[in-house]
Design a protein around this ligand. Structure first.
Ligand code: ZN
Length: 137
């Protein structure tokens, strides 16, 4: 793990949340992106090395819709930047963490991602992410 790549925040209304976060952080989102496979729309804000990802559900059965239904809006996951996601997945599995996907998948913001079940990681949903380089496209 190299650093916290971003913090993911579940929101009900991405447009409203974008205005709120633009006012809060005093910067506009640098990217908005739909991730159809996850049933979410996302937007990303950057402050120096740190990023905030806002996530809005685009379908009722998306994980974000379920999260908001259960716990309301708020912090959804912490994403850690890793150099080699497959190596980290193997290491963490060996440490007893429960991976939510067995293969890295394509996430938002040009990343390969894997999630850890919050039950195995102290109640916090953990995302591993590795920047996709050209040879992996
Ligand atoms: Zn994320």
């Amino acid at each position: 793990m190299r650093k916290i790549e971003h913090i993911g925040i579940a929101v009900k209304d991405l447009e409203k949340a974008n205005s709120l976060y633009t006012a809060l952080l005093n910067t506009e989102p640098y990217k908005t992106e739909k991730v159809a496979s996850e049933g979410v729309s996302t937007s990303f804000f950057r402050m120096g090395d740190s990023k905030i990802e806002l996530l809005e559900a685009t379908s009722e059965d998306s994980a974000i819709a379920k999260f908001i239904e259960k716990r309301g809006e708020g912090i959804h996951h912490i994403a850690y930047d890793v150099e080699d996601i497959r190596a980290e997945m193997a290491r963490l599995e060996g440490e007893g963490f429960q991976l939510l996907n067995t293969e890295p998948k394509k996430g938002a913001d040009n990343k390969l991602v894997c999630f850890l079940h919050p039950k195995s990681s102290g109640g916090v949903l953990v995302e591993l992410c590795q920047e996709i380089t050209s040879e992996e496209n």
